[in-house]
Design a protein around this ligand. Structure first.
Ligand code: FES
Length: 346
């Protein structure tokens, strides 16, 4: 790998060729503010929060799109950069409602944090009143056009990460706005996961919790055998949101619609709490001993009449590995058949 040397904020940094200034700075522990940049997406340099000064360049450049060069001298903090970043934020805020008290993203909003960091107490850029296209929503997600800063993270995540391309940007007379293709959208929520503000939100958890009220618990998605890593956001002992763990394999933040939104069943009144035995077409509750005795009796009858290969076992992807192991052991060693399978195999 070709290594090069550059200086960032008077710190000598050795890094591989092909990286951007932002990557090199991050690897060296130097923080540059960003908004449209997301490490799982190709940078597009739209927000201009990451501007840095490079010796020899007449104007500051965006660190997320500028590749490192040998001998480069980079400055990431200066009065000029502070002012430029402040102005970039003011332009965004001129069209962004300050409705943080009722926005679900409050407390986890990058724009809110940057506004605080860059000490913006008033918006002095007059902005014409805009007409927004109607919000897009599915059962699980909702786009808030008024809060959207059109950073295009969601557009790229839908295209590059999910390979769906259901979101696009349209030029309107009121400025660029997002458009959604309802036929393509699968409500996976990747757009919500990458949105830095309250532009894309989860519909069913809206106004039910504040980000600082939840405890985040890491777990493995129980739905299939892929083993996606999740963060459960728990309030008062109940899961209120599920997000993907950005820096963990195998999903790197991605989740399917079931993994992200299919957690309500946990609290369903309809969940089975005891075995049911069907008699005369009707189910009745039974004890585990009674149910297991009945299964043993039925299995024994089938084996006696048709042999052990008349039975087959399929283990569920929600089972832990040890349970799947025990299932195949039961079928192979006790029942005497190799007819076993696992629903995640396909
Ligand atoms: Fe670089 Fe937005 S983070 S331009």
């Amino acid at each position: 790998m070709n290594m090069i040397r550059l200086t960032i904020d008077n710190q000598e940094v050795t890094t591989s060729k092909g990286l951007t200034i932002l990557d090199a700075a991050k690897n060296a522990g130097i923080t540059i503010p960003t908004l449209c940049y997301h490490e799982r997406l190709n940078p597009i340099g739209s927000c201009r929060l990451c501007v840095v000064e490079v010796d020899g360049e007449s104007e500051p450049v965006t660190a997320c799109t500028t590749p490192v060069e040998d001998g480069m001298l980079v400055t990431t903090q200066s009065d000029l950069l502070f002012r430029l970043r402040q102005n970039a934020l003011k332009l965004i805020l001129a069209n962004h409602p300050l409705d943080c008290p009722v926005c679900d993203k409050a407390g986890a909003c990058m724009l809110q944090d940057l506004t605080f960091e860059y000490k913006i107490t008033s918006i002095d850029c007059p902005a014409p009143k805009r007409n927004f296209i109607p919000s897009y929503q599915t059962t699980f997600i909702k786009h808030w056009p008024e809060r959207c800063i059109v950073c295009q993270r969601c557009v790229n995540a839908c295209k590059e990460v999910q390979c769906i391309g259901a979101i696009d940007v349209e030029k309107t007379e009121d400025g660029p706005q997002l458009t959604f293709n309802r036929d393509k959208c699968v409500s996976c929520g990747e757009c919500v996961q990458v949105c830095p503000v309250g532009g894309m939100l989860e519909k069913k958890s809206s106004l039910r919790w504040r980000s600082w009220e939840t405890t985040k618990i890491r777990t493995t998605c129980p739905y299939c055998g892929v083993g996606c890593q999740q963060l459960l956001h728990v309030k008062n002992g109940k899961i209120v949101q599920v997000t993907g763990v950005e820096d963990a394999e195998p999903n790197k933040g991605r989740l399917c619609v079931k993994g992200r939104y299919g957690f309500d069943f946990i609290y369903s009144e309809d969940r089975l709490k005891t075995p049911l035995i069907k008699e005369n077409g009707q189910f009745r509750e039974a004890s585990w001993d009674e149910a297991l005795d009945l299964i043993t009796q039925k299995f024994t009858e089938i084996i006696a009449k048709h042999g052990p290969d008349a039975l087959a076992g399929v283990s569920c992807a929600r089972s832990i590995n040890e349970d799947s192991y025990n299932m195949q052991k039961l079928f192979r060693a006790v029942i005497g058949t190799n007819n076993i399978d696992h629903c995640a195999r396909t």
